[in-house]
Every structure is written in C-alpha cells, then in structure tokens.
Design a protein around this ligand. Structure first.
Ligand code: HEC
Length: 101
C-alpha cells in the first residue's frame, strides 16, 4: 500500500471535525433572511409593517428571548414562520443577534 493512502482519510476526518464545530452565525442568518423586511439596523421596512424596531431599547427590555424565538418559529400575521426553514439553534442564534441591534 502506498504511504499516501492515509491522506484522503485524514482529509475526510479534518472535514468532519470542521463541520461539527462550525458555529451558527446569527448575524449571517439575519442578513440573509430578515434584513429584507426588518432592515439592516432593525428598523422595519414597509414589508415588516406592524413590527417593533429591534434597536428600540424599551422594546428590547420589555421583550424576552423566548417571546422573540416564538414569533420567529411560528410567525405572526404577515410575519412568516421559520420553523420549517431554520433549526431551533438557528432561531435562537438569530434572536440573540436581534437583541444586539
Ligand atoms: C416578509 C417580511 C418578513 C421577513 C422576511 C421577516 N419578518 Fe419578522 N415580521 C414581519 C412583519 C410584517 C411583522 C409584524 C407582525 C404583526 O403585525 O404582528 C414581523 C414581526 C416580527 C417580530 C415581532 C416584533 C414585535 O413587534 O413584537 C420579530 C421578533 C420578528 N419579526 C423577527 C424576524 C426574524 C428574526 C426574521 C428572520 C429570520 C424575520 N422576522 C423575517 C415581516 C417579516
């Protein structure tokens, strides 16, 4: 057997480790899926009429993470539900990011 036979196995192993430790990026999810309606800074565009501004300190203080996760998962009026498009971990990550705006 060639001494290089182990190389592809090592590469596969490195790939699996990298994939398993890949962090969920709430900011990237927000920019890809929420920004179009809620705006980069969290100030709603006309598509998100009826939504609070996510950079409003009073709203952030009054709204806990669980309530945000519930709206994102289940939707509300014209707000689309994301539970079939995002994992619970991704919904949590984007909700945590939303509170940093
Ligand atoms: C198609 C446009 C659209 C997209 C895309 C969208 N939203 Fe919304 N969102 C809305 C609308 C409209 C409302 C207001 C719903 C209502 O009238 O009750 C809303 C409301 C919300 C609320 C509740 C705010 C409040 O006032 O309590 C949260 C939280 C929220 N959206 C988060 C998100 C997140 C996170 C994403 C991305 C994963 C997202 N939205 C994507 C349209 C959108």
């Amino acid at each position: 057997m060639s001494k290089y036979a182990a190389v592809p196995i090592l590469l596969l192993f490195a790939f699996l480790v990298a994939a398993a430790t890949d962090e969920i990026n709430g900011e990237a999810i927000y920019k890809a899926r929420c920004k179009v309606c809620h705006g980069e800074d969290g100030v709603p565009k006309s598509f998100a009429k009826g939504s609070a501004a996510f950079n409003d300190e009073a709203w952030k203080e009054a709204t806990d993470l669980e309530a945000i996760e519930k709206v994102v998962a289940e939707g509300r009026k014209r707000m689309p539900a994301f539970q079939s498009k995002l994992t619970p971990e991704e919904i949590k990550a984007v909700s945590v990011y939303l509170k940093t705006l």
